[in-house]
Write a protein that binds this ligand. Structure first.
Ligand SMILES: NC(=O)c1ccc[n+]([C@@H]2O[C@H](COP(=O)([O-])OP(=O)(O)OC[C@H]3O[C@@H](n4cnc5c(N)ncnc54)[C@H](OP(=O)(O)O)[C@@H]3O)[C@@H](O)[C@H]2O)c1
Length: 305
């Protein structure tokens, strides 16, 4: 089992027989960084579920072949991360409302050849925001910085939560425009040009700033701009969790804002996936501890280099 636990499978090295009585995995590209195996293995052990959880590195082009193999040998379910979530929606036989609303699938249940797609990211994000900031998400005016796969999914979720105002800002304006058209019937939406004055104006009218930027552009490294963007009382969430305090959060904390990274969302989307698979309440404190342990181990590895 130790080998299975540390392996990264690719299509040629995928098991040909079921590795555990109930088998699960996380699929993505790249995948070595994922904390999902640590969280789910701890949770399975805590409730005595006969489950194991591996990791599979696969890109969009290879996803169909990997899925065929997982179906053939009888995996019970899997998680998908970037860049696979939209393609996984297409490959499912049934799509839960959560998946249809967000336009993507991060959790699959497999039974007798039928793939049922769900998305626990949206609700996981809501639970994380409410836990991290002790607020009700539906009361918040939100500025989304970045509308790639993750940012767009969360803006869709916010539009279903009844938030009073959503500011949509993305470097590539066409993505913000098409998303605004999609959700404006459910929410009050403002399109924000990707330039200094417009971003400052939007931030001054927001309670929560959500960054899902893959990297910080020069503007977000400019301390004069950050002095005007960030303020005491503003909630700032950066979906990244490595390093645990990304530069935007450090800047926000130094300016008196309340901050959170993406670990809460990672934890809560995992707990909801676990409940879909096992139909048992997730042992949240065990999962939280497993995540903290995995994070400390990664910190140790980085320092040892
Ligand atoms: N905590 C969690 O559970 C969780 C879940 C999902 C994702 N995430 C994290 O969220 C982040 C985004 O993931 P994703 O899947 O949404 O990625 P993605 O689809 O590649 O989107 C990346 C976003 O970053 C923007 N961007 C990248 N470089 C930029 C630059 N130099 N200037 C301005 N904008 C820039 C992109 O803008 P354009 O559209 O203009 O390219 C896009 O909005 C990743 O760090 C990921 O690890 C965390």
């Amino acid at each position: 089992m130790a080998d299975l636990a540390s392996a990264i499978w690719r299509l040629p090295s995928l098991p040909r027989v079921l590795p555990w009585p109930k088998s699960y995995a996380v699929l993505g590209f790249p995948i070595a960084h994922s904390f999902s195996p640590a969280i789910h293995r701890a949770a399975f052990a805590a409730i005595g579920w006969p489950g194991g959880y591996g990791r599979i590195e696969v890109d969009i082009g290879g996803l169909g072949s990997v899925i065929d193999r997982l179906k053939t040998i009888g995996f019970s379910g899997w998680n998908c991360t970037a860049p696979l979530k939209q393609e996984m929606l297409r490959l499912c036989d049934r799509r839960a409302t959560t998946a249809l609303r967000l336009g993507s699938v991060n959790t699959v249940r497999h039974e007798n050849g039928v793939l049922e797609g769900h998305n626990t990211d949206g609700r996981g994000w809501v639970l994380a925001v409410e836990e991290d900031f002790s607020v009700s998400l539906s009361d918040l005016r939100i500025l989304f910085l970045g509308l790639g796969g993750a940012g767009a999914a969360l803006a869709r979720q916010a539009s279903w939560e009844g938030c009073p105002l959503l500011h949509l800002a993305n470097r590539t304006a066409s993505k913000a425009l098409s998303l605004a058209r999609e959700i404006e019937s459910r929410s009050r939406v403002k399109l924000i040009p990707w330039e200094e004055a417009a971003l400052l104006q939007a931030a001054s009218n927001a309670d929560l700033l959500v960054s899902s930027l893959a990297e910080d552009p020069p503007l977000l490294r400019n301390s004069g701009f950050l002095d005007r963007l960030l303020r005491p009382g503003l909630f700032v969430l950066d979906l990244r969790y490595w390093p645990p305090e990304p530069p935007l959060l450090e800047a926000a904390r130094q300016r008196g804002a309340r901050t959170a990274n993406g670990l809460g969302m990672l934890l809560h989307q995992a707990s909801l996936a676990f409940e879909l698979w096992t139909c048992a309440p997730a042992p949240l404190s065990v999962m939280r501890e497993a995540l903290a342990t995995a994070l400390s181990a990664r910190r140790g590895e980085k320092h040892a280099r």
